[in-house]
Unconditional design. Structure first.
Length: 127
């Protein structure tokens, strides 16, 4: 499984990388939505994207809408990991095509729980 971590904070990318590599994922990182789209174009296509909302160049919401506009990317699981906690923001992101939504600050268990709900925790990681 391959995860693309999209956040303008190197610290947050490092935290998320540790969580998902602990589950057996390989990772790639991007500092904004445009960098992430460029990486997806170049390949390999990730199984999972962990996406911050507030980033320069291209925000996470725009990234989600762009990914969902592309038929060949429809199978990529998108999970927002952001400080945006207003109900209408959560609804907008989910309506745009995000599968899950985690509000910062979070615990590693919160991320793992959401991934498990999505069927994205490898069985050997839960054994």
């Amino acid at each position: 499984m391959h995860a693309l971590i999209i956040d303008d904070s190197t610290t947050m990318r490092s935290i998320l990388r540790r969580i998902v590599t602990g589950l057996g994922y390989t990772t790639a990182e991007a500092g904004d939505g445009q960098q992430a789209l460029d990486q997806m174009e170049a390949g390999p296509l990730p199984d999972l994207c962990l996406i911050d909302w507030n980033m320069p160049v291209m925000d996470g919401y725009t990234f989600v809408t762009r990914v969902r506009d592309r038929e060949e990317w429809r199978d990529v699981t998108l999970m927002m990991v952001t400080t945006e906690s207003e109900h209408n923001q959560i609804v907008r992101a989910l309506a745009a095509g995000a599968h899950e939504y985690v509000i910062k600050p979070f615990t590693p268990d919160a991320i793992i729980e959401k991934l498990d709900l999505l069927g994205l925790v490898p069985q050997e990681a839960t054994a």
